[in-house]
Design a protein. Structure first.
Length: 255
């Protein structure tokens, strides 16, 4: 077991951690879970519904999802209002394998998915987007770079938030456990902000591991050091990077 007795702090919402806990357990690690954000779907769908219905009449060329949360919230809403997602006429593009997996759970396929799991890469795989109608359904705090690039290439883009991310004050919970932890796993910029806004001081032994460069940039911009950045921007890729880090550390100790 490559991560035997290593303790990991997971800050994801509880709805999204079962597979993460299983993976850490398989490697011999121990997980401490403190949800640091809450995903809250929008309450007023009136404007969104106008655009959602256009996904079924060939108006939109592309529908873009940037997270599993967006997929789940939109698909469940469609079903609630009597629309069958299988009848969407638009092509669908997603960012990241987790988003793809969630899409497949509704028996839908992605027409495009970039190999690099960040928004800017998605724009490149879409090809020529001039005069195309594109709908992006995502978080209210989604990065605007993908929107700006699409517009600069001549696309007609509608970007609508379908959920909000509420940051939770976890300072009291952190005080109780932070000195027991070897690694904190930061899987989004929102989670990183919640963690660093809630903690008083970083223990010397605590390693900061980020799921990708965007999250790492957020950590650095807040004045903190990043120890690990996953090359594959998934939770599995993050754990793999931690394993490599541990292996390198053991090899150096031997030397």
């Amino acid at each position: 077991m490559t991560l035997l007795n290593k303790k990991f702090l997971i800050l994801r919402p509880k709805e999204h951690i079962e597979s993460s806990l299983n993976l850490i357990s398989e490697k011999g690690g121990l997980a401490i879970v403190i949800p640091s954000i809450k995903i809250v779907p929008i309450s007023d769908w009136s404007i969104v519904d106008i655009h959602i219905k256009k996904l079924f009449d060939s108006f939109y060329d592309w529908l873009i999802f940037t997270s599993p949360n967006g997929v789940e919230i939109v698909m469940n809403h469609m079903l609630e209002i009597g629309l069958n997602p299988k009848n969407i006429t638009s092509k669908i593009a997603v960012i990241g394998p987790s988003t793809l997996k969630k899409l497949k759970s509704y028996e839908l396929k992605a027409d495009k998915i970039p190999s690099n799991f960040i928004g800017e890469s998605l724009v490149d795989v879409l090809g020529d987007v001039k005069n195309l109608n594109i709908l992006i359904l995502r978080s209210s705090i989604g990065r605007k770079s993908i929107l700006d690039i699409l517009k600069s290439r001549g696309a007609n883009v509608i970007d609508i938030p379908v959920y909000n991310v509420q940051i939770i004050d976890i300072s009291k919970e952190l005080e109780k456990v932070i000195h027991q932890v070897d690694y904190v796993l930061l899987t989004s910029s929102s989670i990183a902000k919640s963690f660093f806004n809630s903690i008083k001081a970083i223990p010397d032994n605590l390693k900061i591991a980020c799921i990708g460069p965007i999250t790492a940039e957020t950590v650095i911009s807040m004045g903190f050091k990043v120890d690990i950045v996953a090359k594959e921007h998934t939770f599995e890729g993050l754990i793999k990077e931690v394993e490599e880090y541990e292996k390198t550390k053991k090899d150096e100790n031997k030397g």
